[in-house]
Design a protein around this ligand. Sequence first.
Ligand SMILES: [Zn+2]
Length: 348
Amino acid sequence: MEQTFDKGLIYTLAESGTNKRGQNNTIVNGDGTDLNNIDALKGRAKRKTITQSMMLKLIDIAKENGEPELEKAYWNTYYCQQEVITADGKLYGKYCKNRFCTLCCSIRKAEMINKYYPEMRKWKKPYFLTLTVKSCTAPKLDLYIKKFNIGFRRITAKYRKKHQRGRGKLLVGVKSLECNFNPKARTYNPHFHIITKDRETAEILLKEWLKLWTPKHAKRPAQNIQKVHDLEKGLIEIIKYGSKIFTEPDLKKRAKETDTTQIYAKALDTILTAMKGKRIFDRFGFNLPKSIAKHRPQAKLLSNFKEWEYNPKIGDWESTSTAEVLTGYKAPSHLQAILDNNINANLS
Ligand SMILES: [Zn+2]
């Protein structure tokens, strides 16, 4: 069997086949996931369950809007990790790598935290900054997000030039673009979550941000600046990849998923479309060491492995040869009710 290693990180599950001696073997890429962490596995089953229900709605919306490319991408996510392989205490799957995939995002998030945390913990007094503007309606979101990125780049470039001339501070930090949907007002609130190396950086960014927008659009009280107390938690908090899937219409109940929790599929589609091709998470003013930036997991040949396929009816992966299930996850009734009844395809 020819071994192809050049598909990069996209295909964790590259190829399988039968060798000359009649043994099954398969090639997997990637480090795999630890099978011993049962909570993590159940979490993955939960995300798979949510993602599949979401994608069916988003596929309908893409069809309606005449967006075949997006429709195809949603289907890819629908099938993300549909088949997985386990061997030697590890799990391997094929990832769709789409931004709107909760499975891929959670894996990518863990990777990002591993990449950035060792560098950021060297910062002595990091600060947390939220920059936003007045919420906008769906047709304006795309423009707002463009302005966010252009405006931010303008600020960091200005200070980089000053710094190079020896007359200013280099702004150092990480930033993440996020957008919430307000179902009552039917508005979108794009915002940056930023962790800066120090207080001065945060203060400069805040001052310059307010200068970029008219007072009608960006008011000082809407922005937030505070000291980071727990850097790891802060980093986990800001790497969210764009949008929350669940929205609680009643603000007081926001703390947890309840029966009134809604998934606004059309609003989510609006956010995803506006963020398409734009960078969501980024660093500024520093680089990662080359050894960290270039980590590429190895490909492995497995001859002793189990195959599993996801069954949406039970919300878990089933063995392709025995009656076993992989995680034992059972969607709680309130989650099932949300997925069955509360995916709101119209509001945006
Ligand atoms: Zn995926």
